[in-house]
Design a protein around this ligand. Structure first.
Ligand code: FAD
Length: 296
């Protein structure tokens, strides 16, 4: 099923994200976690793609497993910046062969090796080129792309960031998912600016349930996302008690999701990070709101 058809339905959607194992030895535990998350019956699941393509095989393997065994629509991520054109074309062919219908087209982060070289020599500089490559493949992919309510770190200002985002959408991205946001007002302001700029596709806010204090520092350094004082107080108070922190982090994410739904944002994406207990708790918290039987 195409993700865009899910997003365009009137009903609320909730999707979960997983990431592949770095090594073959970790693959079984990732499969177990993704299967348990799939049993929450999310609207769809996404599988990330390791920077540099190191885990590419596993991304497809996981996506295919969930799609075939659990009938959950799958979104497979693909990055381009650290890959050759030949490799990217091979990955696209692998996706077609695996029956993948939905692809998240990403640039990928710039590795230290790339940073020291001239971008003119790279096969891909930006995600828009991957969007075009996917369109030109001839396959009828539904293509998603990333966006940044707090501005991508490489951008000099938000206007420029939104201008490039609109080009990416015009090239064929049918929906957008945001970098993690901890303050819904940042998302609402961003959405307003996108609509003003003529970006009309569905935009999914990315919600990251923080369940341990260590994750906070990592999430901020990776995303640069703003942590509201309300969230900081919660981490300060409960951060030393793992069970309490987990419960508080899930409650905070649930509260964000309910606020989004209540403000007419029907599609929400959760960075569930291979944690079935977190996905289950959030689904349970929202069971009446989503009108679904948990764990069907
Ligand atoms: P782009 O769209 O290329 O944008 C990157 C920067 O370049 C922005 O500042 C933009 O304004 C600018 N730009 C865009 N087009 C142009 C242009 N034509 N000329 C000049 N500047 C331009 N990383 C992974 O490795 N694997 C994943 O699975 C993964 N999944 C992600 C999912 C989501 C929802 C998000 C938000 C991020 C994800 N990332 C992932 C991280 C992502 O790869 C990085 O944030 C990366 O730095 C930017 O990717 P992008 O696709 O947004 O790039």
């Amino acid at each position: 099923m195409k993700i865009i058809d899910i997003l365009n339905q009137k009903e609320m959607s909730l999707s979960f994200e997983v990431f592949p194992a770095k090594k073959e030895s970790g693959l079984e535990s990732v499969h177990r976690a993704t299967r348990e998350i799939a049993m929450c019956r999310p609207s769809f699941m996404s599988v990330t793609y390791g920077a540099g393509g190191g885990t590419s095989r596993y991304t497809l393997e996981i996506a295919k497993d969930i799609k075939d065994a659990y009938d959950v629509p799958m979104l497979a991520h693909l990055t381009c910046v650290s890959s050759s054109r030949e490799t990217v074309r091979e990955r696209i062919k692998d996706m077609i062969d695996a029956g993948i219908e939905n692809v998240m087209a990403l640039r990928g982060d710039l590795t230290p090796e790339l940073m020291g070289t001239d971008p003119a020599g790279w096969d891909y500089q930006h995600a828009i080129q991957l969007v075009r490559e996917l369109k030109e493949s001839g396959a009828d992919f539904c293509i998603g792309a990333a966006c940044y309510p707090e501005v991508h770190p490489d951008s000099s200002n938000q206007k420029e960031d939104i201008r490039f985002l609109k080009e990416k959408v015009d090239a064929g991205a049918e929906f957008l998912t945001t970098q993690m946001v901890f303050d819904n007002n940042l998302f609402y302001n961003f959405l307003y600016k996108l609509r003003e700029a003529g970006v009309t596709v569905p935009v999914l806010p990315g919600i990251m349930p923080i369940t341990n204090a260590k994750q906070v520092a990592r999430a901020i350094s990776l995303s640069g996302s703003f942590m509201p004082q309300r969230f900081r107080s919660l981490v300060d108070y409960f951060g030393q008690d793992p069970d309490a922190m987990k419960q508080a982090g899930i409650a905070y994410a649930t509260d964000q999701i309910i606020d989004l739904y209540a403000n007419g944002i029907t599609n929400v994406h959760v960075y569930s990070m291979n944690k079935p207990d977190v996905a289950k708790a959030i689904t349970e918290n929202l069971s009446a709101i989503l009108g679904k039987d948990f764990g069907r």
